[in-house]
Design a protein around this ligand. Structure first.
Ligand code: AMP
Length: 277
C-alpha cells in the first residue's frame, strides 16, 4: 500500500487506471468503513481510501476538536485489507485560503433531516467530495447508507455535475447488539453506549410496524418519540426514501425511518430502510 500526501501524487497514481474504486473517510476506521473497502476491492482493479477530517463540514467546533483519530491504526487496517493507496491530503493543500465560500446546494434535499440541524454541513461535505472526485478520478465510489442523506446528495451531485463515476450505497453495519458503528461511539461511556441501544431498538420496532402493514405513520412516529424520550432528539420520523419528505402514509419510493439524537453530548444518527414493494 502506498501513502499519497499530495494532490499531485494522487493524480499521478490515478492516471491510466482501468478501474479505480474509491472510499472517502474521515479515519478512525471500523468495520463499517472496511465493508466499503471490501466492496471496492471486489469490484475494481485498484482501491484508494482517503482519510481527511474535513473542517468545512463540522458545524460544531467542539465536535471537530473531539473527532477521534488514530492514523497508525487506520494504516494497519487498510494494509491488511489490501488497499492499493491511501490518500491523506493536508489541510493547507485542500483549503489553501481557508474554507471556500463557493457552495453546492440542493435546497429541498439539504433542508431536511440532518441538514435542518447542521448548518453548512452538507455544503462542506459536497465540496470535499467534489474535490476528491476531481483528484482521485474514481470509476466507482462507495458510501455507507448509515449516512443516508449524504449518499442521496453525493449520488445526485455526481449525476448533475457529470462526474464519470458510479456512486454506490452500501448497507449500514451494526454491532451484534444493534448499535450502528460510528467513529463517534468511542466517546460514549459504558452506560452511554447501553443508553444508545434504544435508538436501533426503536427503529427496528418502527420498521416491524410498517412491515406488518401499519399505515398510521403518526402513531408509529409517536411511539418512536416515546421510546427515545430519555434522549435529546433532533429528529425521529418516517420519510420518503428519495425526497426525504416526512411521510404520513406509505409512499411509492420506499420508507426511510431515521433518527438523530444526543447521548452524553455525542450526536448519533441511525436509520432503517423499507424498500418499495
Ligand atoms: P466517515 O468516516 O464517518 O465520514 O464515514 C466514511 C464512510 O463510511 C461514509 O460513506 C459512511 O457512510 C460510511 N460509514 C460510516 N459508518 C458506517 C456504518 N456503520 N456502516 C456502513 N457504512 C458506514
Amino acid at each position: 500500500m502506498i501513502q499519497l500526501d499530495t494532490v499531485k501524487a494522487m493524480r499521478a497514481f490515478s492516471r491510466d487506471k482501468a478501474s479505480l474504486g474509491f472510499v472517502p473517510t474521515m479515519g478512525f476506521l471500523h468495520e463499517g468503513h472496511l465493508s466499503l473497502v471490501r466492496r471496492a476491492k471486489a469490484e475494481n482493479e485498484y482501491t484508494v481510501v482517503s482519510i481527511f477530517v474535513n473542517p468545512a463540514q463540522f458545524n460544531d467546533a467542539n465536535d471537530l476538536e473531539k473527532y477521534p483519530t488514530d492514523l497508525e491504526r487506520d494504516l494497519v487496517l487498510l494494509e491488511r485489507e489490501g488497499v492499493d493507496a491511501v490518500f491523506i491530503p493536508k489541510r493547507d493543500e485542500v483549503y489553501p485560503e481557508g474554507t471556500p465560500t463557493v457552495k453546492i446546494r440542493y435546497d429541498a434535499l439539504m433542508g431536511r433531516l440532518c441538514g435542518a440541524f447542521r448548518e453548512n454541513h452538507f455544503e462542506g461535505m459536497l465540496l470535499i467530495v467534489h474535490n476528491l472526485f476531481m483528484w482521485v478520478s474514481p470509476t466507482r465510489a462507495y458510501f455507507g447508507l448509515k449516512d443516508y442523506q449524504q449518499f442521496l446528495l453525493v449520488e445526485k451531485m455526481a449525476r448533475d455535475l457529470a462526474f464519470p463515476v458510479t456512486v454506490h450505497g452500501c448497507p449500514l453495519v451494526r454491532e451484534e447488539d444493534g448499535l450502528a458503528l460510528s467513529s463517534r461511539n468511542v466517546r460514549l461511556s459504558t452506560k452511554g453506549r447501553s443508553d444508545a441501544l434504544v435508538i436501533s431498538r426503536s427503529l427496528f420496532e418502527a420498521k416491524a410496524d410498517v412491515e406488518r402493514g401499519g399505515v398510521n405513520f403518526a402513531l408509529i412516529k409517536k411511539n418512536l418519540h416515546a421510546a427515545l424520550n430519555s434522549l435529546r432528539i433532533e429528529y425521529a420520523s418516517l420519510y420518503d426514501a428519495q425526497t426525504l419528505e416526512e411521510l404520513t402514509l406509505p409512499g411509492k419510493n420506499g420508507v426511510l425511518i431515521a433518527v438523530a439524537a444526543y447521548v452524553e453530548g455525542v450526536r448519533l444518527i441511525d436509520n432503517v430502510l423499507i424498500e418499495p414493494c
